[in-house]
Design a protein around this ligand. Structure first.
Ligand SMILES: N[C@@H](CCC(=O)N[C@@H](CS)C(=O)NCC(=O)O)C(=O)O
Length: 209
């Protein structure tokens, strides 16, 4: 049995987890899930039935990890050979921007795509992302002075934060700022990115036949 079972749909945030699995060099077996009834094993692991969901068949027993961001950071920790977990001096940026991407960035982009924008100062004070524009400025500001989340070195935080930027540019849910484009180009050049995207791209093409 592979070390990880990976429940995914190629047209989903599962693409983030697959990229992370490849960056970490994980031995994984995929279970493809449609949008209809979910496999029993997925529901047993994650009652929400959401993908990506990963089961780590660890020596001490199975561990379930859901949430694309958590899956990325978990893999960096349990597969340290890939060298993608943070050094002490990188930890603040690593955590700060991973959580920023999983919270404020996700929320701002999702809310905007559904036609909701916090309008009043009170609403912006309550919304964790303030406003879409404030979120974009904060994220772009970081990449104006950093090649990667933690500075000059690619870490697993870049798989998650970078996926938000990559998808945001592709689906135009983030604006075409030079800081975002240059960062996305650095990520798209990575062999693990290309290998993971090739698998999902092929699966999508097969589904559309
Ligand atoms: N917060 C989760 C969101 C996961 C999620 O919403 N996945 C979607 C696909 S991108 C899904 O499984 N939708 C099907 C469903 O909700 O049944 C994460 O970041 O991984």
């Amino acid at each position: 049995m592979a070390e990880f079972t990976f429940f995914t749909n190629p047209m989903s945030r599962g693409q983030i987890a697959r990229w992370a699995l490849h960056e970490a060099g994980a031995d994984y077996e995929q279970v493809l899930c449609g949008w209809g009834p979910k496999p029993e094993a997925l529901i047993a692991a994650n009652p929400m039935g959401k993908v990506p969901t990963v089961i780590h068949h660890a020596p001490g027993g199975d561990r379930v990890v859901t949430e694309a961001a958590a899956i990325c950071l978990y893999l960096a920790e349990v597969l340290p050979g890939a060298g993608l977990s943070p050094r002490a001096e990188e930890l603040a940026d690593y955590l700060r921007w991973s959580f920023f991407a999983a919270g404020p960035v996700e929320q701002a982009v999702t809310a905007r795509s559904m036609g909701f924008e916090p309008q009043t100062p009170q609403q912006q004070g309550m919304a964790g992302y303030g406003s879409y524009n404030r979120m974009v400025d904060a994220l772009a500001g970081h990449f104006a002075t950093h090649a990667f989340v933690c500075g000059d070195r690619f870490t697993m935080a870049d798989v998650y934060v970078g996926s938000q930027v990559d998808w945001g540019l592709m689906f135009q849910s983030l604006p075409e700022r030079p800081e975002f484009s240059a960062y996305a180009e650095r990520l798209r050049a990575r062999p693990a990115y290309q290998a993971a995207k090739a698998i999902d791209g092929k699966l999508i093409a097969e589904m559309q036949q």
